[in-house]
Structures are given as structure tokens and as C-alpha cells.
Write a protein that binds this ligand. Structure first.
Ligand code: ADP
Ligand code: MG
Length: 784
């Protein structure tokens, strides 16, 4: 393979990629050991793997072990991926290149070096699939493996974490960390010390979902639906009473609108100091009304508001907006307010990841966010060439003047491909669009499958059949799907069969594969460009796996949200054909321009949001360290005994020292946890309040610094938090009933939350009020 070397050299120069030469240099030595290793008994592999002196020697052993255990001999490029991950890098390997195996070898090597490895998946289905699929390999290498899904019990979780390698959805790892945060007995802890984190679909996790807060809540009454405000904003008219930003992230009342609202609310002054609550409520209601779109941002199903994940375009299970906004949308839709619960603690995915001393990962699309990965996580990307050159043809965008013309052109294109039997995968941006297109396909007499809001396992099975002869599959974003599309279908015939077969199934019909390959392979049609070219590439990457033929094309219209939001000043195209096709070169440039603007805006949001979370995370860490010390020793009793010596004297006469120590622990932990939950709520209020004050006084233009103000207040509040916990603990120690049976907190009116539940907050889609203020400030600076 002479071309391989040439391609390799080109790759070495790929901008943004780590140097692969040092990995490539190891390949000959790995290959040289192959024949000898083939002679070894299975039983020898544990020792061989354990005693490997370096990564290269381990790769040689791992390759032979994979061949025996899985029937797949890792390609050179897969081993390069393994080596990159062992150096703590993100391996960029295209879809279908076999990342699962490359990652498993890296995980096994880390584990054999005595480290505790967690492999983060995007969902339950993949965590379970990959752990089971790779198990024979781990067994042969003498590495224990476990997995966690949402339904796992604490006992199963503990067991899974005790394994040397643990596969789990990233959110479940986060929830375990949060739940451990409320444990009062060290024996009840579930999670383990963070050590090595290997992230599958790393860009999804580290960039797209990085700032999603994972929340632990205690049972409490739901936020009241704000029917009144929903009514008020329903009467407001866009343009006249409120304005929305071009990018649809911000809605503000005009003076006219504020006056109308004030009248509707009985003649109050919204900007008076004592009306801050009404001002907040109306802003939230306005956001729900003007910016959150049914069937795009959420759907109503079974009488509930179900969020659509922005990064995956599907119903996001267990997700909700921050409380006020959730209730406002429910009020807008006239449905009952859902139970909310008090937030006891929360952590973002980014903060969770940063706890690990070693992070590495793999994905099909990382290099375009290489700067962000470096900046936010200190991670390098290694761009690894495909095993066989990719021959997929990526056509230039087809641009239309209107959405209607675009849709018609898409259907015509599908009709053409389908007539020949070529499988077509249509990627849409949102659910509403996939339904619209589905209606058009049906009208054209085209049988097709629509993928949205199904469960992950079913989804995977359907996606697996997308490459079958004559298949038409319509799907919202394909990010993080983790399923391989083989030409000719899975070879298992039915959707259900593909699930059981898992990824390990070797495709049956080689003949079917060749038949579809002759037709040009899988044809990927995007119904619009995403906000980032990286997401476009994820869709394209579904075609052309392992050197298969394939093609991809995006249809774009000048009415697409990307263009109207991020390149609103694009002049109307001059050269338009009768069918709406736009031939202007300038118009085509608008798409690339809009993506650059969108990327820049998202980066700015990420940076700002992170700064806000960073401080909270530091405070959280301090509290946690303190809490751990309290839980494991007698520090609580020492502190309370020092503060209340008379009470200590009195109690030591009647109660054993260890009962007393346990009582002291219970008391202090109660107040610490209570205090932390209050602290989080106060921080959220401050974050909103600072913004509203700034807006109300118009002081923003004067160069105020909302983030700086937030930090000052947050630090002040934190200092008083720790003092308050001590005071309150001392008070309880003095007054609560403490007997040989322990302390009776309930009798003292101090109840720990009885039930807890976890969910994911879709961070305010508009950014916090503070971020909005900062964006405006930035906007003003631009204009000055
Ligand atoms: P990715 O995660 O990179 O998209 P997967 O790990 O899902 O890819 O693997 C895609 C397919 O390639 C799987 O069906 C797997 O069995 C197969 N595969 C992986 N490595 C090899 C190999 N070395 N030889 C043959 N098939 C392989
Ligand atoms: Mg994968």
C-alpha cells in the first residue's frame, strides 16, 4: 500500500493535529511480534498484557487478543488511535473506523497500569452495548469490566465502578457524584475517585453538552404556573411591544410593551425597585412566549412539555429548563405545572470532566473544535487517517431562494435516487422539519422511515438498516448516534434483530453490500446546514465508511434560520432560476459566513458561561472537601464541643462518645447541605438580579461588569455560608434532643429530603439574563 504512506504523510501535516509520526514509528515493532504471539495459548495473554513494558508491546498483545476474542484484527490506524488515547489525546477517527475497539484497548492498558477507567458513552444503549461487545477482549486480557445504565441500582453501580473499566453514560456518572454528595455514611458512597476518563463522541460531550447542568433535586412543591403573566404576554405583539434579537436568543419589551404590561398588571411601575419580581416574571414569560417554539424547541406529548435537545434534535429525556422558564412554557401551553423540586446540588458536564486527572477520547469530528478543546480542557486532537481512503463525493451546496423551493428539490432528488434503489439518509435540523418533509415524501408516494423521539435501542436498529437497498430514512441530527450504517443493511433483516446482534455482528449479505455499492452507496442529503460545519460533517460521515462509495449534499435556502439569524444582511440573490435555484457565488458565501458568526457566538457563550460556573465549582469543591472530612472523622464533634463546652459536658455524662460524635456529624452535615442548597438558589437569584438592575438603570452602557459584580457578591455570600452553618449547627446542638439513641432532627423540625431525583437542565437557551446583558454590551461595543 504505497498510497497509505503518502496519505499518512499528508495527515502528519494536517493543521490542528498532533504529530502522528511518533505513533507510526511504533508500528513495525508491533507487527514484528505478531507471528510469535499467534503461537501463545489464550491463557498466556493475561500475563503478556500485564507485563507489557510499553504501549507498543501492549498494542501487539492487544491486537492478537482482539483477533482471538472478537474475530477482528485491529488495523494500524486503530492502534494509532489507541496510542493517541494513551497519550491523553482525542483521537479523531471517522465513523465506522472501529473506535469502540481502539478505545477498549486504551482502556485495558490504563487499567493494567493500575488505573481506574471510566468510558463515558452518550446513552444507556451504547454503554451497555460496548461493555458487552468488548467483554471477551477484556476477559482475555485479564481486565474486569462493568457498565451502568439509568436503571442500575446503587448496588449494581458500586459493583460496576469496582470493575477496572466502567462504561456509563456521562450523565449517570454525574448523577452518582451528585447523589454521593448527600450521603451521611461513607459506606453508602457509590462513585469512585475520578482517575481516567475516556470519552466516546468526545466533541458532543466536551463541546455541545459541556455546559448542561446535571441536577439533584429534593422533593418539593412545583413552581406555580404563572398564568397571569402568560396571559399578559399573549396580548403583546412582536415589533410593537417586544423585539427579538436576530439570533433569536433574546426578547425585550419595548417602551410601548412595558406600558401595555404595566396597564395589564393594574398600573404598576415595572422598573420600580420593589417590582423586581414582576419584572423577572414578565421577562421569563416573554421568553417562553416569543422564543421557545413548539415542535422545534419542545413538543407536547401526553400532556407534558418535552424538550428537544438542541444538539441532538430529539426529545431529551429527563431534561427541563430552569424552573421559572419550565413553568412559563407550561403556562403558555395551558398545561399543569410539573413537579420541580428544590435543587440540592448541580454540576456541569464540563466541571465533571475537569475532575479527572487524565482525560482522553475519540470522535469522528474533533479537529474543527481543536482550539476549544485545547483552551477549555488542555486536550490535543490527533487526526487519524481512515483505514481505506474515503471516496465519498461531497457535492457543493444546492442553494434555493425559498424553503418551499428547497423542499421540492429535495423530494425530486430523493425520487431520483430511490428509483435506482440507492439508499438515502435525509438529515433534518429539527423535528418539525422532519415531519414536514415526511408529509412531502408520502405525497410523492415514497415509503420511508422517520426517526425522532424513539428510544436509543430502536433508533440504533433503524439507523443500522439505513444502508439497505431502496431505504429512505429521515432523521434529525445524527450526532452521538454511535451506530454504524453498513451498505446493504445490517444483514439481520429486521430492526429488532440488529439490536440483539449489537455492533459485533458481521454483516451477512456481502452480495447486498456490493449491490448497493454499485448504485453509489449511501446518499446523504442534509436539509440545511447546521450552525457548525462540524455537525454537517457528522452527518456526511455516515456515508463512505471503510472505503465504501457514497455521496453527500446539503440543500440550503436563503430563508433558512442559519442565514436569517447569523447573516441577516445577506442581499437578496440576483441570479435565480425558475425553480428557485440560486447561482450567485455571493449567496453561497453567506452560508460559510453565517457558520463562522454562529461559531464565534457559541464560543463566546461557552467562555462566559464557564466563567460563571467556574466560581461556583470552586466553592463546591471547598464545601465537598470540608464535608468529606466531617463525614469521616470527629471534626464535627470537636467543632461543636469547642463552641458549646457546657452542652458538651452535659451530654458526655449521658451519651457515649461515638453516639455523640455521630449526632454532631448528622447535625453539621444537615446544616451544610441545607446551606449549600440555599447558597445555590441565592447565586441564581444574584445572577438574574444583577442583570435586571443593570438593565433597569441603563447602566450597562456605562461599562459595568456583571460578571465582576457576580463574583464579588458570590464570594461574600460564600463566606457567610460557612459562618452560618457553624452558628446553626451550634444552635441545634444546644437545643435538639440528643439521647443514647442519637439526635432527633425531625423533632427539631429539620428534615433531610426524603426522596431525591435527578434531571438535566437544558441551560437557559438564551443564556442567563447576565449573559444576555454581556452580549448586548459586546454588541454595543461593536457598534461604537
Ligand atoms: P465507530 O465507533 O468508529 O463508528 P465501531 O466501533 O462502531 O465504529 O465499529 C464499526 C464496525 O467496524 C463494527 O461493526 C466493527 O465490528 C467493525 N470493526 C472494527 N474494527 C474492525 C477490524 N479491525 N476489522 C474488521 N472489522 C472491524
Ligand atoms: Mg462509535
Amino acid at each position: 500500500m504505497t498510497t497509505f504512506g503518502a496519505r499518512f504523510r499528508r495527515m502528519l501535516q494536517q493543521p490542528g493535529s498532533a504529530d502522528l509520526a511518533r505513533y507510526q514509528r511504533l508500528l513495525p515493532a508491533i507487527e514484528a511480534r505478531e507471528a510469535a504471539l499467534a503461537e501463545e495459548d489464550d491463557g498466556a495473554f493475561r500475563a503478556l498484557a500485564r507485563d507489557a513494558r510499553d504501549d507498543a508491546e501492549f498494542c501487539a498483545v492487544g491486537r492478537e487478543a482482539a483477533r482471538r476474542a472478537l474475530g477482528e484484527r485491529p488495523f494500524d490506524v486503530q492502534l494509532i488511535g489507541t496510542l493517541a488515547m494513551l497519550q491523553g489525546q482525542i483521537a479523531e477517527m471517522a465513523t465506522g473506523e472501529g473506535k469502540t475497539l481502539a478505545g477498549a484497548l486504551a482502556a485495558a492498558r490504563y487499567a493494567l497500569a493500575g488505573r481506574s477507567v471510566q468510558v463515558a458513552s452518550v446513552n444507556d444503549y451504547l454503554a451497555q452495548r460496548d461493555a458487552e461487545w468488548m467483554r471477551p477482549l477484556y476477559d482475555l486480557l485479564g481486565v474486569t469490566v462493568g457498565h451502568i445504565v439509568q436503571a442500575s441500582t446503587p448496588e449494581q453501580r458500586r459493583e460496576a465502578y469496582e470493575a477496572q473499566v466502567t462504561y456509563a453514560p456521562i450523565s449517570e456518572i454525574g448523577f452518582d457524584v451528585l447523589r454521593d454528595r448527600l450521603v451521611t455514611d461513607p459506606d453508602e458512597l457509590v462513585a469512585v475517585q475520578p482517575d481516567v476518563l475516556l470519552i466516546d463522541e468526545a466533541d458532543s460531550v466536551l463541546i455541545d453538552e459541556a455546559l448542561v447542568p446535571l441536577v439533584l433535586a429534593g422533593a418539593a412543591a412545583g413552581a406555580d404556573a404563572d398564568i397571569e403573566m402568560a396571559e399578559v404576554v399573549r396580548g403583546l405583539r412582536p415589533g410593537l411591544h417586544y423585539e427579538t434579537d436576530d439570533d433569536g436568543r433574546n426578547a425585550t419589551l419595548t417602551d410601548e410593551g412595558a406600558r401595555a404590561a404595566e396597564r395589564a398588571l393594574g398600573g404598576i411601575d415595572l422598573y420600580a425597585a420593589d417590582q423586581i419580581d414582576a419584572l423577572t416574571r414578565i421577562n421569563v414569560a416573554l421568553h417562553a412566549h416569543a422564543l421557545l417554539r413548539r415542535d422545534v424547541d419542545y413538543i407536547i406529548r401526553d400532556g407534558e412539555v418535552r424538550l428537544i435537545s438542541a444538539s441532538r434534535g430529539r426529545v431529551a429525556e429527563l431534561q427541563r429548563w430552569p424552573d421559572g422558564l419550565q413553568a412559563a412554557v407550561e403556562a403558555k401551553e395551558g398545561i399543569a405545572a410539573s413537579e420541580s423540586g428544590e435543587i440540592l446540588d448541580s454540576i456541569t458536564v464540563e466541571s465533571l470532566v475537569r475532575r479527572y486527572p487524565r482525560v482522553c477520547g475519540m470522535t469522528g469530528t474533533a479537529v474543527t473544535v481543536g482550539d476549544q478543546l485545547r483552551q477549555f480542557y488542555g486536550l490535543e486532537v490527533a487526526v487519524i487517517p481512515p483505514n481505506k481512503p474515503c471516496v465519498r463525493e461531497d457535492e457543493p451546496d444546492r442553494l434555493y431562494a425559498t424553503v418551499g423551493q428547497k423542499d421540492r428539490a429535495i423530494v425530486a432528488e430523493v425520487v431520483g435516487a430511490n428509483a435506482a434503489g440507492q439508499p438515502v439518509l435525509i438529515g433534518t435540523l429539527d423535528i418539525a422539519e422532519s415531519e414536514r418533509l415526511s408529509r412531502r415524501l408520502t405525497a410523492a408516494g415514497l415509503e420511508h422511515v422517520v426517526l425522532n423521539a424513539k428510544n436509543d435501542a430502536q433508533e440504533a436498529a433503524i439507523v443500522a438498516e439505513a444502508g439497505a437497498y431502496g431505504a429512505i430514512t429521515v432523521s434529525t441530527q445524527m450526532a452521538g448516534r454511535g451506530t454504524d450504517i453498513r451498505l446493504g443493511g445490517s444483514g439481520k433483516g429486521g430492526a429488532g434483530a440488529a439490536v440483539e446482534a449489537g455492533g459485533a455482528a458481521e454483516a451477512g449479505g456481502a452480495a447486498e453490500h456490493d449491490r448497493v455499492a454499485e448504485l453509489g452507496g449511501l446518499y446523504v442529503i442534509g436539509t440545511g446546514r447546521h450552525a457548525s460545519s462540524r455537525l454537517d460533517n457528522q452527518l456526511r460521515g455516515r456515508s463512505g465508511r471503510q472505503g465504501d462509495p457514497g455521496a453527500s449534499v446539503f440543500f440550503v435556502s436563503m430563508e433558512d434560520e442559519l442565514i436569517t439569524s447569523y447573516a441577516p444582511d445577506t442581499p437578496a440573490p440576483g441570479d435565480v432560476a425558475a425553480d428557485g435555484r440560486v447561482r450567485d457565488a455571493k449567496a453561497a458565501e453567506a452560508v460559510a459566513h453565517a457558520q463562522r458568526v454562529a461559531d464565534g457566538a457559541n464560543l463566546e457563550i461557552h467562555r462566559n458561561t464557564y466563567r460563571y460556573h467556574e466560581l461556583i465549582e470552586k466553592q463546591r469543591e471547598i464545601v465537598l472537601e470540608h464535608r468529606d472530612r466531617l463525614m469521616r472523622g470527629d471534626a464535627a464533634l470537636v467543632a461543636l464541643g469547642t463552641r458549646c463546652p457546657e452542652r458538651f459536658e452535659e451530654l458526655s455524662g449521658t451519651v457515649d462518645e461515638d453516639v455523640l460524635a455521630a449526632a454532631a456529624r448528622t447535625i453539621v452535615l444537615y446544616h451544610l447541605d441545607r446551606g449549600w442548597a440555599d447558597h445555590l438558589a441565592q447565586l441564581a437569584d444574584i445572577r438574574e438580579g444583577i442583570h435586571l438592575r443593570a438593565l433597569g438603570t441603563g447602566a450597562l452602557g456605562g461599562g459595568r461588569d456583571p460578571l465582576g459584580d457576580f463574583q464579588t457578591e458570590a464570594v461574600k455570600l460564600f463566606t457567610s455560608l460557612l459562618d452560618r452553618v457553624q452558628d446553626e449547627s451550634a444552635e441545634t446542638f444546644r437545643t435538639a434532643s440528643i439521647t443514647p439513641a442519637g439526635v432527633d432532627l425531625d423533632a427539631a423540625g429539620l428534615k433531610r429530603p426524603t426522596a431525591t431525583w435527578t434531571y438535566v437542565v437544558q441551560d437557559n437557551p438564551f443564556g442567563s439574563a447576565m449573559e444576555r446583558a454581556m452580549r448586548r454590551l459586546a454588541g454595543r461595543k461593536d457598534r461604537q
